[in-house]
Design a protein around this ligand. Structure first.
Ligand code: CA
Length: 484
């Protein structure tokens, strides 16, 4: 055996040194994989909010004439909430409740806001913080897509309310075909529903867009997943479909030639466009390998306005704008593979208010909230760690109609200007039998609980859609100033 020469010996030491370095780098590399930085252990959080979709218009709630295989994937891989509620029977206040985790009546957001880009009071009061603001403090990237409807004033827009990015429009609805987006900006709007015709905003820049609106929002959602997949993100994907105007492309309309009723046919096409978009988003999460690291909630912002857009609230009485179940009980499902048992069904009442608390509970970095919230973290309930009702009661108020409602257990008290009703929702889902005459004590008890709750709510802080004319008289300068 040859003895190592001094030069060979140096060479061997050199090789040993290289091996040692390689070993150290490998071990530290392994450590990087095992000990993920805190921000990477935060799950991604996604809200898919649709607009004016009926309770009965998804496959997981029994819809027969509109296939929704992709929306159903969320329910099949997670949980269906059969008693999932929003906090109001129409768009704006429902969104204000969900995005703050607080009953919107606490801060006077009790009407649908007007499109008033010069008025800082038409929108979410600055006393409130959004889910995006909180998650941003917990090291999340945040993006809002689609309908905003929480204020058009420069101080109220998504980038001022906690979102890093925004792609969409500011008002309560929008036309769907790009050729109809003829107004350059808020400055060009001269009446309330003209805002449906503005060009879309990309962050704060008005852009030229060429796709059908629902498809454009889905595309952006997919692109943001690709862009943000290496960092925990919160995505608020707020489709305005299937809210009016009823507009769909041939691609989707062709799927529903068998539906004879015109409104229902176009509505079905619009729902189908959403479903395709949800499919693209779910596929991208899987392709990016972050599917099991992402909590997704799907819901509608209120029940379907059946006569207006052809929606169907299934067995539920009433529709958008009412406090019957058809106004406030919505399609509602949640998935988190590996954390929420696939195919589960949860029957106790839950609220859109709970999304806020459920989401912030998943962030590793605990942040202090500015305000008291009304929701609860639903995860322990869904997984069986906690039993019983997540909420002793849920409350609703439509200030301008003087309608109120409370649900406690399976009993519901609905009070309108001239009558009161008690329903047993377990045995009378369609609210057809008023039990009040025989159950006056139940009525009084629920009324008392409602009155106690109402001590903490305030009157509306702005005029709303129902006061459009009055608002115009009070604000002759409502339009006509360039946006900043
Ligand atoms: Ca709505």
């Amino acid at each position: 055996m040859k003895k190592p020469t001094p030069s060979n010996s140096r060479k061997i030491n050199y090789i040993k040194w290289i091996w040692l370095c390689f070993l150290v780098i490998s071990i530290s590399g392994c450590n990087r994989i095992v000990q993920k930085p805190i921000e990477k252990s935060n799950p991604n959080l996604i809200i898919i909010l649709v607009d004016d979709m009926g309770y009965g218009d998804v496959g997981f709630n029994g819809c027969k004439d509109i296939p929704t295989p992709n929306i159903d994937r969320i329910a099949q891989r997670g949980v269906t909430f059969t008693n999932g509620y929003v906090t109001w029977g129409a768009c704006g206040p429902s969104r204000a409740g969900m995005i703050t985790g607080r009953y919107q009546d606490r801060f006077g957001f009790s009407r649908n806001p007007l499109f008033a880009p010069n008025d800082p009071n038409q929108g979410l009061p600055l006393s409130e913080e959004t889910l995006a603001s909180v998650l941003k403090r917990a090291d999340y990237k945040t993006v809002a897509l689609g309908k905003w409807h929480l204020g058009a004033h420069p101080s109220q827009r998504p980038l001022q309310r906690g979102f890093d990015h925004f792609f969409g429009f500011l008002t309560g609805g929008h036309r769907y075909f790009p050729e109809e987006w003829t107004l350059q900006d808020a400055y060009a709007v001269t009446q309330q529903f003209d805002a449906y015709k503005t060009k879309l905003l990309d962050d704060e820049i008005r852009i030229e867009e060429t796709e059908y609106l629902t498809d454009a929002l889905s595309r952006e959602a997919v692109n943001y997943v690709k862009e943000l997949k290496d960092h925990p993100f919160f995505m608020y994907l707020a489709y305005n479909a299937p809210h009016t105007p009823l507009q769909a492309t041939e691609k989707y309309l062709n799927r529903f030639k068998h539906i004879k009723e015109r409104k229902r046919r176009i509505y079905a096409a619009m729902v189908s466009a959403i479903d395709d978009g949800v499919g693209l988003l779910l596929d991208e999460l899987e392709a990016s390998n972050i599917d099991d690291h992402t909590l997704i909630v799907f819901l509608s912002d209120n029940g379907g306005p059946e006569r207006t857009n052809g929606s169907d609230n299934g067995p539920l009485r009433g529709q958008k704008g009412t406090l019957f179940e058809g106004g406030v009980r919505v399609p509602f499902a949640m998935q988190w593979p590996g954390r929420i048992p696939a195919g589960s069904v949860y029957d106790f009442p839950v609220s859109s208010l709970d999304i806020f608390s459920t989401f912030i509970a998943q962030a590793q970095k605990k942040v202090t909230l500015k305000n008291e919230v009304d929701g609860v973290n639903l995860l322990p309930y869904i997984t069986g760690k906690k039993s019983g009702f997540p909420h002793e009661q849920l409350f609703w108020r439509i200030y301008d109609k003087q309608h109120t409602a409370i649900r406690a257990g399976n009993k519901k008290l609905f009070v309108s200007q001239d009558s009161s009703f008690v329903y047993d929702l377990q045995n009378d889902l369609s609210e057809s039998i008023n039990l009040l005459p025989g159950q006056k004590e139940t009525g009084l008890k629920l009324e008392k609980i409602y009155q106690d709750w109402s001590m903490n709510i305030i009157d509306p802080v702005f005029l709303g859609l129902g006061q459009n004319k009055e608002y115009n008289q009070l604000h002759p300068d409502r339009f006509g100033r360039p946006e900043k």
